[in-house]
Design a binder for this molecule. Sequence first.
Ligand SMILES: [Zn+2]
Length: 947
Amino acid sequence: MLILLQQSYSRFFGLTNKLSSQKLKVIILPHSHDDVGWLDTVDEIYLRGPGVKNIISSYINALLENKDRKFVQVEIVYFERWWNEQNVLMQQKVKGLVENGQLSFAAGGLVMNDEATPYYEDIIDQITYGHEFLFKTFNFIPKVGWQIDPFGHSNAQSILSHLFGMEASFYARIDYQDKEQRQKHKELEMIHVPYTTSKQNYPILIHVNYFHYSSPPRFDFDPLRNSGGYVNDQNVQSKADDLNQYFVRQGQSYRGQIITHTLGDDNEWSNSKSYFENMEKVINYINSHPEKYNVVIKFGTPQDYVKEINEYSDEIFYPTKNDDFFPYADKQHCYWTGYFTSKVAFKGFVRYTGRYFQQLKTFVSYQFATKNQDILDLKQPLLKALKELGYALGVSQHHDAVTGTSKDHVTKDYVKILHRDLTTMNKEFHRLLKIVIQKDLDEKNIDQLYQYSYNSTSSECAEVYDNLQINKTILLTVVDTKVNEGDQDIIKIKVPKIPLNIIDTQNKPIQGDVICSNPKDEQDCTLYFNYKIKKGVQYYKIKQGKNNEESSAKIIASETFTNITANTKISLDNGPEFQLQYKYYVASTDNVQPSGAYIFRPSGGAQVYGSIQEVRVFNGTVVTELNIERSNVNTWIRKYKIQDNQYEVETFVDSIAKEQNKGKEVIVIFKSEDIKNQKVFYTDSNGMDLQQRKIGFRETWSLQSNEFVAENYYPINGIIQIKDHASHNVMAVVNDRSQGGSSFNDGEIEIMIHRRMYSDDRRGVAEALNEEEDNPQCKNSAQQNCSKVVGLRQNIIHKLLFFDQEKNPNLARKAQLYLDFQPIKVFAIDSQESFTENLEIQPTQSLLNQIQVVNPNGDAIIKLYLIPREENNEYLLRIHNMQEQSNVKISFPNDISTQETILSGLRQWSEQQKLRFVWKKNEVQDSIYVPLDEVAPQQIKTFVIKI
Ligand SMILES: [Zn+2]
């Protein structure tokens, strides 16, 4: 998205120009910024208007005409599509352009992912897919990142870039106050060495662009904008003077004698020949008059630039930075902290699908490794479905997709693509699962398998719901890939209001609770039961019970509470006490800056949202549930008996009422009186390392405060926590999708959970963030004045945890792991009421199953990912130690060949270390040594394995 700021434009031309004695070398970077969906859908941007399809063809032809021309391609999802449409001759020519360095690729992911709202797993996947295409097609691995449009930058992105083998990255958007300081001190280039829990250094050079990602002012020769007019013999000299002056001024903001500048903008270069020719006239004029000008100019790629400045790395000293670049403000009162939460349903769907996708890849790998021929026959369609779903998820990570900042019809298109590929994926997954079920249970009568999406109510799970009611037996297949075997997790299923009998494969009854706590629908019930984690597949049968008393899962009656207020301290089953409040900010609509899809700008302080109507408690055997019904919000607080010191808090945010066109931004506040955190809190970085945040504070400059609330909001993708400054007591909240949040008062965690407003925030989307849906109440209502649409409603889950950081440092990480790798539940209508007598299910036999990861000091809070590769018997193995403390140890069976690699698996890690660029920078502490077979806390290691 293109937004130029008037103030930064004018600043360049007010400066006096002091000519440098030595010539500046300028490397100009021709590029086109092609959003993967924003104002138009992904397809529309590829095909219509200037069209990415035409843009790529146009610059390729221009490159073929002249060897001095260069171009950098970024969005691989577009490039791969274009490539597949070319004939072999053209493909050969393009390969030549890559080989001779005229065409290069920066970042090289499917999309330029956002950095505040995606989860690290999804970032890794979308970059891996792009890199795999580039490697397979051109034997090319990108060395330079290109994050020129995301609205702030995370530490995790730099860590992952380093792990992908990148040396540098380009940014355009950093906070306006930060940029001013950096420009003054020539610190627009720096070495980013993000804080890591693992105590590993992952340095990467950051280049902050001088003038957004545009062409120099008056040198945009694209028909879309054409600020440059045309260059001819009459005006070439004045054009050359102008450009020379501009670059000399730019040179004053950077160290060294080589600088770089972008040439291009959103959807530019559909007429590349003319763009190049106009620019070449000016460049040739300057280069052929060395006596007159202070610069020499050539076209280059980001990779050329980084390589050239690295050759002078002995002479230039770069500052370092360890913290991240959040939050981002482009001027006073304009904090881009609203998009952390914008479009809550889409954010939830993307996260749900991403989590599911990780487990599927691993499960499928274990199954392939059994070398069962029936399963191997499904390999090609399964790999195809996985890749399609992976691409759909990749596209969703674009910086105007999961951010919630595209137009409404574009968001709907992302959902459509995700849904389509998820449906295909499930079809293939079910074919595989049926083979496994038949092998394990010897049941030939399993026909159709069913699965439900994450936000269903009972009546939407029609097959399970209806069949349980008419006394049919349901076979529940649970797929889990967590390595925490023997530990307990919870199974939750939507069921009708009937007592149930659940049995395991030994035909032993399993105790559960049926809780009907939806105040709007008595029949919307949930079955809860505990299950012991076993990696692979487990089975249960569920059937209607005779009566409540004799059933293994009884309907739990409710007790009504009367004297609860918003300030009442809540504690279930003697668990820790906390307070729960809902409030809202009124969105600003004034001319200075309205709140919108990108920007959060509250008008005044937070006000109470909703009044308590009714409170009920359900005392089950598996769970105790407290339901607090408010006028606008419904809350279910659950304390599971198998979990100490933690609650699950589910919030249903009803349609946000439209009153006088005043937008509302709804927040939840968790409060513990025991914690005095003194304005310090911690938020994760894309789900990875926790970053320390302080109210009103920036680590590398002194913040001039002008929007107290918005400027202290940070993205939360996994965890936000506060710690008592004296004791080690922590209160942490783990969330189920990206949100923004902060901690303004002692003991309080504030999280924004929903937004609805009616003004645009003037950052280009030109649409208010006013999501609506059909009013279900009108469907069956004879009411004349039933409002046909309501504001989008949503169920949101938070896990609330209390722990001693010394004694139990990994508790919040464990909750994060269990939320990510939830058991996958698949249903079937079963003709047999019980399992075959003495049924023995053989564990999946394969070498992959023998890979062990252990934490010598307790439970291993780790993720083990397996990704099947096209090559037979080859897998990518990633291990993420999610712990805050202690290394984990991996052991491979002898018959597996393993090679540690960069994140994509495309190069050996040891080879990458030899290729690393070295920069002269502030001293940083050496990385702590981690043995090959160990993974440090929050570290990710990747291996290519062959069995
Ligand atoms: Zn963009």
